[in-house]
Design a binder for this molecule. Structure first.
Ligand SMILES: Cc1cc2nc3c(=O)[nH]c(=O)nc-3n(C[C@H](O)[C@H](O)[C@H](O)COP(=O)(O)OP(=O)(O)OC[C@H]3O[C@@H](n4cnc5c(N)ncnc54)[C@H](O)[C@@H]3O)c2cc1C
Length: 458
Protein backbone atom coordinates (compact mmCIF):
# COMPACT_ATOMS: atom_id res chain seq x y z
CA UNK A 1 0.00 0.00 0.00
CA UNK A 2 1.36 3.45 -0.87
CA UNK A 3 2.04 5.79 2.09
CA UNK A 4 -0.53 8.35 0.92
CA UNK A 5 -4.12 7.66 -0.01
CA UNK A 6 -5.08 8.20 -3.66
CA UNK A 7 -6.89 11.54 -3.77
CA UNK A 8 -10.10 11.21 -5.78
CA UNK A 9 -12.06 14.38 -6.55
CA UNK A 10 -15.59 13.88 -7.84
CA UNK A 11 -17.46 16.81 -9.42
CA UNK A 12 -21.19 16.25 -8.96
CA UNK A 13 -22.98 14.54 -6.05
CA UNK A 14 -25.95 12.93 -7.71
CA UNK A 15 -26.61 9.66 -9.54
CA UNK A 16 -23.33 9.19 -11.40
CA UNK A 17 -20.96 10.83 -8.92
CA UNK A 18 -22.26 9.13 -5.78
CA UNK A 19 -22.61 5.74 -7.49
CA UNK A 20 -18.97 6.07 -8.46
CA UNK A 21 -17.84 7.24 -5.03
CA UNK A 22 -19.56 4.48 -3.06
CA UNK A 23 -18.56 1.73 -5.47
CA UNK A 24 -14.95 2.96 -5.36
CA UNK A 25 -14.99 2.64 -1.57
CA UNK A 26 -16.54 -0.86 -1.72
CA UNK A 27 -14.04 -2.06 -4.31
CA UNK A 28 -11.12 -0.42 -2.50
CA UNK A 29 -11.93 -2.48 0.60
CA UNK A 30 -11.58 -5.59 -1.57
CA UNK A 31 -8.49 -4.52 -3.51
CA UNK A 32 -6.73 -2.97 -0.51
CA UNK A 33 -6.49 0.46 -2.11
CA UNK A 34 -6.48 3.50 0.13
CA UNK A 35 -8.76 6.19 -1.32
CA UNK A 36 -9.53 9.68 0.00
CA UNK A 37 -12.70 10.72 -1.83
CA UNK A 38 -13.83 14.34 -1.97
CA UNK A 39 -17.09 15.14 -3.74
CA UNK A 40 -17.88 18.72 -4.73
CA UNK A 41 -21.35 19.86 -5.71
CA UNK A 42 -22.47 23.39 -6.43
CA UNK A 43 -25.99 22.59 -5.23
CA UNK A 44 -27.29 21.54 -1.83
CA UNK A 45 -28.97 18.21 -2.61
CA UNK A 46 -27.35 14.83 -3.16
CA UNK A 47 -28.48 11.49 -4.57
CA UNK A 48 -32.04 12.44 -5.39
CA UNK A 49 -34.42 11.15 -8.00
CA UNK A 50 -34.99 13.90 -10.56
CA UNK A 51 -37.10 11.25 -12.31
CA UNK A 52 -39.62 11.53 -9.47
CA UNK A 53 -40.03 15.32 -9.70
CA UNK A 54 -42.96 15.28 -12.20
CA UNK A 55 -44.81 12.87 -9.88
CA UNK A 56 -44.07 15.12 -6.92
CA UNK A 57 -45.39 18.07 -8.97
CA UNK A 58 -48.52 16.01 -9.68
CA UNK A 59 -49.06 15.35 -5.96
CA UNK A 60 -48.39 11.61 -6.18
CA UNK A 61 -45.25 11.97 -4.05
CA UNK A 62 -45.80 13.73 -0.74
CA UNK A 63 -42.48 15.46 -0.19
CA UNK A 64 -39.22 16.27 -1.91
CA UNK A 65 -37.46 14.40 0.92
CA UNK A 66 -39.09 11.19 -0.34
CA UNK A 67 -37.04 11.60 -3.53
CA UNK A 68 -33.71 11.70 -1.69
CA UNK A 69 -32.04 8.30 -1.65
CA UNK A 70 -29.11 9.38 0.54
CA UNK A 71 -28.54 12.72 2.26
CA UNK A 72 -25.23 14.54 2.40
CA UNK A 73 -24.77 13.46 6.02
CA UNK A 74 -25.33 9.80 5.10
CA UNK A 75 -22.60 10.09 2.47
CA UNK A 76 -20.27 11.71 4.99
CA UNK A 77 -20.99 8.94 7.49
CA UNK A 78 -19.86 6.46 4.83
CA UNK A 79 -16.45 8.15 4.73
CA UNK A 80 -16.86 10.56 1.82
CA UNK A 81 -15.73 14.16 2.20
CA UNK A 82 -18.80 15.71 0.61
CA UNK A 83 -18.82 19.47 0.14
CA UNK A 84 -22.01 21.12 -1.11
CA UNK A 85 -22.25 24.70 -2.35
CA UNK A 86 -18.86 24.31 -4.04
CA UNK A 87 -18.70 24.96 -7.79
CA UNK A 88 -15.75 23.82 -9.87
CA UNK A 89 -14.92 26.48 -12.45
CA UNK A 90 -11.63 25.24 -13.89
CA UNK A 91 -9.43 22.18 -14.15
CA UNK A 92 -5.77 21.69 -14.99
CA UNK A 93 -5.23 18.09 -16.04
CA UNK A 94 -1.43 18.48 -16.23
CA UNK A 95 -1.08 19.92 -12.74
CA UNK A 96 -4.00 17.69 -11.63
CA UNK A 97 -5.96 20.40 -9.87
CA UNK A 98 -9.46 21.81 -9.92
CA UNK A 99 -10.33 25.35 -8.95
CA UNK A 100 -13.56 26.31 -7.22
CA UNK A 101 -15.61 29.48 -7.67
CA UNK A 102 -14.28 30.62 -4.29
CA UNK A 103 -10.73 30.36 -5.66
CA UNK A 104 -9.72 27.24 -3.75
CA UNK A 105 -7.36 24.93 -5.65
CA UNK A 106 -7.67 21.22 -4.88
CA UNK A 107 -5.15 18.66 -6.03
CA UNK A 108 -6.24 15.21 -7.21
CA UNK A 109 -4.74 11.95 -8.31
CA UNK A 110 -7.95 10.89 -10.10
CA UNK A 111 -10.69 13.27 -11.26
CA UNK A 112 -14.26 12.04 -11.75
CA UNK A 113 -16.50 14.28 -13.83
CA UNK A 114 -20.15 13.63 -12.97
CA UNK A 115 -21.45 17.15 -13.39
CA UNK A 116 -24.62 16.24 -15.28
CA UNK A 117 -26.37 18.55 -17.71
CA UNK A 118 -28.45 21.56 -16.65
CA UNK A 119 -31.57 22.61 -18.52
CA UNK A 120 -31.21 24.74 -21.61
CA UNK A 121 -33.01 28.07 -21.14
CA UNK A 122 -33.78 30.03 -24.31
CA UNK A 123 -33.27 33.80 -24.30
CA UNK A 124 -37.00 34.49 -24.42
CA UNK A 125 -37.42 32.94 -20.96
CA UNK A 126 -34.80 35.09 -19.24
CA UNK A 127 -34.38 38.53 -17.82
CA UNK A 128 -31.34 40.57 -18.81
CA UNK A 129 -29.43 39.17 -15.80
CA UNK A 130 -30.06 35.59 -16.95
CA UNK A 131 -32.61 34.66 -14.28
CA UNK A 132 -36.05 33.41 -15.34
CA UNK A 133 -39.15 35.59 -15.44
CA UNK A 134 -41.72 35.06 -12.68
CA UNK A 135 -43.98 32.13 -13.48
CA UNK A 136 -41.41 30.57 -15.80
CA UNK A 137 -39.22 27.64 -14.80
CA UNK A 138 -37.42 24.45 -15.72
CA UNK A 139 -37.78 20.98 -14.18
CA UNK A 140 -34.37 19.70 -13.24
CA UNK A 141 -33.49 19.89 -9.56
CA UNK A 142 -35.31 19.37 -6.27
CA UNK A 143 -35.37 23.16 -5.87
CA UNK A 144 -37.15 23.39 -9.24
CA UNK A 145 -39.65 20.79 -8.02
CA UNK A 146 -40.29 22.75 -4.81
CA UNK A 147 -40.75 25.96 -6.83
CA UNK A 148 -43.31 24.24 -9.07
CA UNK A 149 -45.22 22.90 -6.05
CA UNK A 150 -45.44 26.46 -4.71
CA UNK A 151 -46.46 27.93 -8.06
CA UNK A 152 -49.12 25.27 -8.61
CA UNK A 153 -50.56 26.01 -5.15
CA UNK A 154 -50.44 29.77 -5.71
CA UNK A 155 -52.20 29.97 -9.10
CA UNK A 156 -55.24 27.97 -8.02
CA UNK A 157 -58.15 26.61 -10.06
CA UNK A 158 -58.60 27.68 -13.65
CA UNK A 159 -54.92 28.44 -14.22
CA UNK A 160 -53.37 27.76 -17.60
CA UNK A 161 -49.95 26.09 -17.86
CA UNK A 162 -47.97 26.20 -21.10
CA UNK A 163 -45.35 23.49 -21.46
CA UNK A 164 -42.67 24.23 -24.05
CA UNK A 165 -41.15 20.95 -25.24
CA UNK A 166 -42.81 17.69 -26.20
CA UNK A 167 -40.23 15.13 -25.06
CA UNK A 168 -40.44 12.83 -22.03
CA UNK A 169 -40.19 15.63 -19.49
CA UNK A 170 -42.67 17.85 -21.33
CA UNK A 171 -45.18 14.99 -21.41
CA UNK A 172 -44.64 14.09 -17.73
CA UNK A 173 -45.05 17.71 -16.65
CA UNK A 174 -48.16 18.11 -18.81
CA UNK A 175 -49.57 15.05 -17.04
CA UNK A 176 -48.78 16.63 -13.65
CA UNK A 177 -50.51 19.90 -14.57
CA UNK A 178 -53.54 18.07 -16.00
CA UNK A 179 -53.84 16.06 -12.77
CA UNK A 180 -54.21 19.38 -10.92
CA UNK A 181 -57.07 20.28 -13.26
CA UNK A 182 -55.16 23.14 -14.93
CA UNK A 183 -55.62 24.04 -18.56
CA UNK A 184 -52.55 22.80 -20.42
CA UNK A 185 -51.00 23.69 -23.77
CA UNK A 186 -47.96 21.75 -24.98
CA UNK A 187 -45.94 23.58 -27.63
CA UNK A 188 -43.26 21.65 -29.43
CA UNK A 189 -40.96 22.19 -32.38
CA UNK A 190 -41.52 18.77 -33.87
CA UNK A 191 -44.41 16.34 -33.76
CA UNK A 192 -44.15 15.49 -30.03
CA UNK A 193 -42.38 12.42 -28.59
CA UNK A 194 -40.07 12.39 -31.58
CA UNK A 195 -38.18 9.38 -30.16
CA UNK A 196 -41.15 7.34 -31.39
CA UNK A 197 -42.16 6.52 -34.94
CA UNK A 198 -44.94 8.78 -36.28
CA UNK A 199 -47.69 6.21 -35.94
CA UNK A 200 -46.76 5.70 -32.27
CA UNK A 201 -46.26 9.35 -31.29
CA UNK A 202 -49.68 10.14 -32.81
CA UNK A 203 -51.22 7.83 -30.20
CA UNK A 204 -49.46 9.72 -27.42
CA UNK A 205 -50.68 13.02 -28.84
CA UNK A 206 -54.23 11.65 -29.00
CA UNK A 207 -54.03 10.57 -25.34
CA UNK A 208 -52.79 14.01 -24.27
CA UNK A 209 -55.69 15.63 -26.11
CA UNK A 210 -58.16 13.16 -24.60
CA UNK A 211 -56.72 14.01 -21.17
CA UNK A 212 -57.51 17.68 -21.85
CA UNK A 213 -54.30 19.14 -23.26
CA UNK A 214 -54.04 21.41 -26.28
CA UNK A 215 -51.14 20.52 -28.58
CA UNK A 216 -49.31 22.99 -30.79
CA UNK A 217 -46.98 20.96 -32.97
CA UNK A 218 -44.24 22.17 -35.29
CA UNK A 219 -44.10 25.55 -33.56
CA UNK A 220 -41.16 27.64 -32.40
CA UNK A 221 -41.77 29.79 -29.33
CA UNK A 222 -40.67 33.35 -30.04
CA UNK A 223 -41.44 35.23 -26.83
CA UNK A 224 -43.49 35.85 -23.72
CA UNK A 225 -46.10 38.43 -22.72
CA UNK A 226 -45.24 39.96 -19.38
CA UNK A 227 -47.11 42.01 -16.82
CA UNK A 228 -44.21 43.75 -15.13
CA UNK A 229 -41.95 40.78 -14.72
CA UNK A 230 -44.62 38.09 -14.51
CA UNK A 231 -45.53 35.92 -17.46
CA UNK A 232 -49.05 36.26 -18.86
CA UNK A 233 -48.71 34.63 -22.26
CA UNK A 234 -46.57 32.81 -24.82
CA UNK A 235 -46.06 33.60 -28.51
CA UNK A 236 -44.98 31.23 -31.22
CA UNK A 237 -44.57 31.57 -34.94
CA UNK A 238 -48.24 31.47 -35.85
CA UNK A 239 -50.09 32.00 -32.58
CA UNK A 240 -50.21 32.87 -28.92
CA UNK A 241 -51.78 31.62 -25.71
CA UNK A 242 -52.45 33.22 -22.34
CA UNK A 243 -50.44 31.55 -19.60
CA UNK A 244 -50.21 31.74 -15.83
CA UNK A 245 -47.19 29.48 -15.78
CA UNK A 246 -44.66 28.40 -18.41
CA UNK A 247 -42.58 25.23 -18.09
CA UNK A 248 -39.46 25.17 -20.25
CA UNK A 249 -38.46 21.59 -21.13
CA UNK A 250 -36.49 22.01 -24.33
CA UNK A 251 -33.40 19.99 -23.50
CA UNK A 252 -30.22 19.92 -21.45
CA UNK A 253 -26.52 20.53 -22.12
CA UNK A 254 -23.52 18.87 -20.43
CA UNK A 255 -21.98 20.92 -17.60
CA UNK A 256 -18.43 20.57 -18.86
CA UNK A 257 -17.44 24.20 -19.37
CA UNK A 258 -14.75 23.83 -16.70
CA UNK A 259 -12.99 21.29 -18.95
CA UNK A 260 -12.84 23.56 -22.00
CA UNK A 261 -9.26 24.19 -23.05
CA UNK A 262 -7.85 21.46 -20.79
CA UNK A 263 -7.16 19.04 -23.63
CA UNK A 264 -9.91 16.64 -22.51
CA UNK A 265 -11.91 15.90 -25.62
CA UNK A 266 -15.49 17.22 -25.73
CA UNK A 267 -18.06 16.80 -28.49
CA UNK A 268 -19.52 19.84 -30.22
CA UNK A 269 -22.41 19.62 -27.75
CA UNK A 270 -19.96 19.58 -24.82
CA UNK A 271 -20.30 15.87 -23.98
CA UNK A 272 -17.60 13.44 -22.89
CA UNK A 273 -17.21 9.98 -24.39
CA UNK A 274 -15.90 7.67 -21.68
CA UNK A 275 -14.81 4.11 -22.28
CA UNK A 276 -16.83 1.31 -20.60
CA UNK A 277 -14.80 1.80 -17.40
CA UNK A 278 -15.44 5.54 -17.40
CA UNK A 279 -12.01 6.73 -18.56
CA UNK A 280 -11.86 9.87 -20.73
CA UNK A 281 -8.21 10.86 -20.37
CA UNK A 282 -5.25 10.03 -18.19
CA UNK A 283 -6.45 10.29 -14.56
CA UNK A 284 -9.80 11.71 -15.73
CA UNK A 285 -13.02 9.72 -15.56
CA UNK A 286 -16.63 10.57 -16.39
CA UNK A 287 -20.15 9.16 -16.25
CA UNK A 288 -23.76 10.29 -16.35
CA UNK A 289 -25.57 13.10 -18.11
CA UNK A 290 -22.35 14.95 -18.98
CA UNK A 291 -21.53 12.04 -21.30
CA UNK A 292 -22.78 10.43 -24.46
CA UNK A 293 -23.41 6.70 -24.34
CA UNK A 294 -22.57 4.02 -26.85
CA UNK A 295 -25.54 2.29 -28.51
CA UNK A 296 -24.63 -1.37 -28.92
CA UNK A 297 -26.87 -1.93 -31.93
CA UNK A 298 -25.08 0.40 -34.32
CA UNK A 299 -22.07 1.53 -32.30
CA UNK A 300 -23.27 5.14 -32.42
CA UNK A 301 -22.48 7.63 -29.66
CA UNK A 302 -25.77 9.24 -28.64
CA UNK A 303 -26.79 11.74 -25.98
CA UNK A 304 -29.30 9.93 -23.78
CA UNK A 305 -29.20 11.58 -20.38
CA UNK A 306 -30.96 8.93 -18.30
CA UNK A 307 -30.60 7.96 -14.67
CA UNK A 308 -30.46 4.29 -15.54
CA UNK A 309 -27.22 4.89 -17.47
CA UNK A 310 -25.79 7.36 -14.93
CA UNK A 311 -26.01 4.88 -12.05
CA UNK A 312 -24.69 1.90 -14.02
CA UNK A 313 -21.82 3.77 -15.63
CA UNK A 314 -20.99 5.49 -12.33
CA UNK A 315 -20.79 2.14 -10.57
CA UNK A 316 -18.54 0.62 -13.24
CA UNK A 317 -16.34 3.73 -13.09
CA UNK A 318 -16.00 3.59 -9.30
CA UNK A 319 -15.11 -0.08 -9.42
CA UNK A 320 -12.51 0.38 -12.19
CA UNK A 321 -10.96 3.40 -10.47
CA UNK A 322 -10.39 1.29 -7.35
CA UNK A 323 -8.81 -1.61 -9.21
CA UNK A 324 -11.89 -3.60 -10.27
CA UNK A 325 -12.99 -4.51 -13.76
CA UNK A 326 -16.74 -3.74 -13.96
CA UNK A 327 -17.72 -2.18 -17.25
CA UNK A 328 -20.77 -0.39 -18.64
CA UNK A 329 -21.13 -2.03 -22.00
CA UNK A 330 -23.42 0.50 -23.64
CA UNK A 331 -27.16 0.47 -24.05
CA UNK A 332 -29.89 -0.43 -26.52
CA UNK A 333 -31.80 2.87 -26.18
CA UNK A 334 -34.62 1.75 -23.89
CA UNK A 335 -36.97 4.24 -22.24
CA UNK A 336 -40.47 4.36 -20.75
CA UNK A 337 -43.01 6.93 -19.57
CA UNK A 338 -46.77 7.36 -19.37
CA UNK A 339 -49.73 9.71 -19.67
CA UNK A 340 -52.16 8.97 -16.84
CA UNK A 341 -54.94 11.44 -16.08
CA UNK A 342 -58.39 10.34 -14.93
CA UNK A 343 -59.70 7.68 -17.30
CA UNK A 344 -56.78 8.13 -19.69
CA UNK A 345 -53.89 5.77 -19.04
CA UNK A 346 -51.28 5.27 -21.72
CA UNK A 347 -47.92 3.59 -21.23
CA UNK A 348 -45.22 4.55 -23.72
CA UNK A 349 -41.97 2.66 -24.24
CA UNK A 350 -39.27 2.19 -26.83
CA UNK A 351 -36.09 0.22 -27.33
CA UNK A 352 -33.57 -0.13 -30.13
CA UNK A 353 -33.26 1.73 -33.38
CA UNK A 354 -35.79 3.87 -35.18
CA UNK A 355 -36.36 3.13 -38.85
CA UNK A 356 -34.18 6.12 -39.73
CA UNK A 357 -31.36 4.92 -37.41
CA UNK A 358 -31.55 1.45 -38.97
CA UNK A 359 -31.35 2.81 -42.50
CA UNK A 360 -28.44 5.04 -41.54
CA UNK A 361 -26.65 1.97 -40.14
CA UNK A 362 -27.03 0.17 -43.48
CA UNK A 363 -29.83 -2.23 -42.54
CA UNK A 364 -32.68 -3.21 -44.84
CA UNK A 365 -35.40 -2.66 -42.24
CA UNK A 366 -38.90 -4.11 -42.23
CA UNK A 367 -41.41 -2.69 -39.75
CA UNK A 368 -45.00 -3.54 -38.85
CA UNK A 369 -47.49 -2.16 -36.37
CA UNK A 370 -49.65 -4.74 -34.57
CA UNK A 371 -52.66 -4.03 -32.37
CA UNK A 372 -53.88 -6.32 -29.61
CA UNK A 373 -54.70 -6.38 -25.91
CA UNK A 374 -52.65 -6.50 -22.73
CA UNK A 375 -54.72 -9.40 -21.34
CA UNK A 376 -57.15 -11.94 -22.77
CA UNK A 377 -60.00 -10.02 -24.36
CA UNK A 378 -62.61 -11.50 -22.01
CA UNK A 379 -60.77 -10.25 -18.88
CA UNK A 380 -61.48 -6.84 -17.28
CA UNK A 381 -57.73 -6.12 -17.38
CA UNK A 382 -57.64 -6.18 -21.19
CA UNK A 383 -56.51 -2.80 -22.54
CA UNK A 384 -55.63 -1.96 -26.14
CA UNK A 385 -51.95 -1.97 -27.05
CA UNK A 386 -50.06 -1.13 -30.23
CA UNK A 387 -46.63 -2.64 -30.85
CA UNK A 388 -44.22 -1.59 -33.57
CA UNK A 389 -41.46 -4.04 -34.44
CA UNK A 390 -38.46 -3.43 -36.69
CA UNK A 391 -36.15 -6.15 -38.02
CA UNK A 392 -33.47 -6.57 -40.66
CA UNK A 393 -34.72 -8.35 -43.79
CA UNK A 394 -31.46 -10.16 -44.47
CA UNK A 395 -30.16 -11.13 -41.04
CA UNK A 396 -33.60 -11.33 -39.34
CA UNK A 397 -31.99 -9.48 -36.45
CA UNK A 398 -34.41 -7.63 -34.18
CA UNK A 399 -33.64 -3.90 -34.44
CA UNK A 400 -36.29 -2.02 -32.50
CA UNK A 401 -39.60 -2.23 -30.67
CA UNK A 402 -42.02 0.47 -29.54
CA UNK A 403 -45.07 -0.06 -27.34
CA UNK A 404 -47.99 2.29 -26.65
CA UNK A 405 -50.96 0.98 -24.71
CA UNK A 406 -52.93 0.59 -21.50
CA UNK A 407 -52.01 -0.83 -18.11
CA UNK A 408 -49.28 -3.45 -18.31
CA UNK A 409 -48.24 -2.47 -21.83
CA UNK A 410 -45.11 -0.46 -21.06
CA UNK A 411 -42.86 -2.92 -19.24
CA UNK A 412 -43.31 -5.40 -22.09
CA UNK A 413 -40.50 -3.36 -23.64
CA UNK A 414 -38.01 -5.03 -21.29
CA UNK A 415 -38.51 -8.40 -22.97
CA UNK A 416 -37.69 -6.82 -26.30
CA UNK A 417 -34.72 -4.96 -24.79
CA UNK A 418 -33.35 -8.26 -23.45
CA UNK A 419 -33.50 -9.79 -26.94
CA UNK A 420 -31.79 -6.72 -28.41
CA UNK A 421 -29.13 -6.81 -25.68
CA UNK A 422 -28.37 -10.40 -26.55
CA UNK A 423 -28.25 -9.63 -30.28
CA UNK A 424 -31.27 -11.87 -30.91
CA UNK A 425 -33.50 -12.23 -33.94
CA UNK A 426 -37.13 -11.37 -34.47
CA UNK A 427 -37.74 -15.16 -34.37
CA UNK A 428 -36.21 -15.31 -30.87
CA UNK A 429 -38.68 -12.69 -29.72
CA UNK A 430 -41.58 -14.44 -31.47
CA UNK A 431 -40.86 -17.91 -30.07
CA UNK A 432 -39.16 -17.48 -26.70
CA UNK A 433 -40.91 -18.84 -23.61
CA UNK A 434 -42.96 -16.03 -22.05
CA UNK A 435 -45.56 -16.34 -19.31
CA UNK A 436 -49.29 -16.60 -20.02
CA UNK A 437 -52.47 -16.45 -17.97
CA UNK A 438 -55.61 -14.54 -19.02
CA UNK A 439 -55.24 -11.54 -16.63
CA UNK A 440 -51.73 -10.81 -17.97
CA UNK A 441 -51.57 -11.73 -21.64
CA UNK A 442 -53.26 -13.39 -24.55
CA UNK A 443 -52.41 -17.04 -25.33
CA UNK A 444 -50.18 -15.73 -28.11
CA UNK A 445 -48.66 -12.80 -26.21
CA UNK A 446 -49.22 -9.60 -28.20
CA UNK A 447 -45.49 -8.76 -28.27
CA UNK A 448 -44.82 -12.17 -29.78
CA UNK A 449 -47.66 -11.76 -32.29
CA UNK A 450 -46.08 -8.47 -33.34
CA UNK A 451 -42.67 -10.13 -33.75
CA UNK A 452 -44.12 -13.16 -35.54
CA UNK A 453 -45.93 -10.96 -38.06
CA UNK A 454 -42.66 -9.22 -38.91
CA UNK A 455 -40.83 -12.58 -39.09
CA UNK A 456 -43.43 -13.77 -41.61
CA UNK A 457 -42.80 -10.69 -43.76
CA UNK A 458 -39.04 -11.10 -44.06
C1 LIG B 1 -37.81 15.73 -14.64
C2 LIG B 1 -36.87 14.60 -14.93
C3 LIG B 1 -37.35 13.32 -15.11
C4 LIG B 1 -36.49 12.28 -15.39
N1 LIG B 1 -37.00 11.03 -15.55
C5 LIG B 1 -36.15 9.99 -15.80
C6 LIG B 1 -36.64 8.67 -15.91
O1 LIG B 1 -37.85 8.44 -15.77
N2 LIG B 1 -35.75 7.67 -16.16
C7 LIG B 1 -34.41 7.89 -16.29
O2 LIG B 1 -33.64 6.95 -16.50
N3 LIG B 1 -33.91 9.16 -16.16
C8 LIG B 1 -34.74 10.19 -15.93
N4 LIG B 1 -34.24 11.46 -15.77
C9 LIG B 1 -32.79 11.69 -15.95
C10 LIG B 1 -31.99 11.47 -14.67
O3 LIG B 1 -32.53 12.22 -13.62
C11 LIG B 1 -30.57 11.87 -14.94
O4 LIG B 1 -30.08 11.07 -15.99
C12 LIG B 1 -29.66 11.71 -13.75
O5 LIG B 1 -30.04 12.57 -12.71
C13 LIG B 1 -28.23 12.05 -14.17
O6 LIG B 1 -27.39 11.97 -13.08
P1 LIG B 1 -25.98 12.69 -13.09
O7 LIG B 1 -25.37 12.37 -11.76
O8 LIG B 1 -25.25 12.35 -14.32
O9 LIG B 1 -26.30 14.26 -13.23
P2 LIG B 1 -27.14 15.24 -12.30
O10 LIG B 1 -28.24 14.53 -11.62
O11 LIG B 1 -27.47 16.42 -13.15
O12 LIG B 1 -26.08 15.67 -11.19
C14 LIG B 1 -24.98 16.47 -11.51
C15 LIG B 1 -24.56 17.24 -10.28
O13 LIG B 1 -23.38 17.97 -10.58
C16 LIG B 1 -23.45 19.23 -9.99
N5 LIG B 1 -22.56 20.12 -10.76
C17 LIG B 1 -22.68 20.47 -12.06
N6 LIG B 1 -21.66 21.25 -12.44
C18 LIG B 1 -20.89 21.41 -11.36
C19 LIG B 1 -19.69 22.12 -11.11
N7 LIG B 1 -19.08 22.81 -12.08
N8 LIG B 1 -19.18 22.10 -9.87
C20 LIG B 1 -19.78 21.40 -8.87
N9 LIG B 1 -20.92 20.70 -9.05
C21 LIG B 1 -21.46 20.70 -10.28
C22 LIG B 1 -24.90 19.61 -10.05
O14 LIG B 1 -25.23 20.55 -9.03
C23 LIG B 1 -25.59 18.26 -9.84
O15 LIG B 1 -25.93 18.03 -8.49
C24 LIG B 1 -35.11 12.53 -15.49
C25 LIG B 1 -34.60 13.83 -15.31
C26 LIG B 1 -35.46 14.85 -15.03
C27 LIG B 1 -34.92 16.24 -14.84
Amino acid sequence: MSPHPTRVVVVGADAAGMSAAHQALRTARRTGRDLAITVLDKGSHTSYSACGIPYWMAGEVGSGDDLVARTADEHRAAGIDLRTGVEVVAADVDARTVTTAAGEVLGYDELVVASGAPAVVPDWARRADGSLHDGVGVVKTLDDGAAWRERFAAVGDGAHVVVVGGGYIGVEVAEAALRHGFGVTVITRGRGMSMLEDEMSERVNAALVEAGAELVLGAEVTGLDLDGDTVTGVHWDGGSREADLVVVAVGIRPATQFLEGTGVELTEGGALRPDPHGRVAEHVWAAGDCCEVRRRLDGAWVFRPLGTYATKHGRALGDSLAGGSLSFDGMVDTAITRVSVGEVHLEIARTGLSRADAEAAGHDPVALLTEGTTASGYMPEADPVAIWVLADRTTRRLLGVQVVGGRGAGKRIDTAAAVLWAGGSVDDLAWMDLSYAPPFATAWEVLQVAARRVAERL
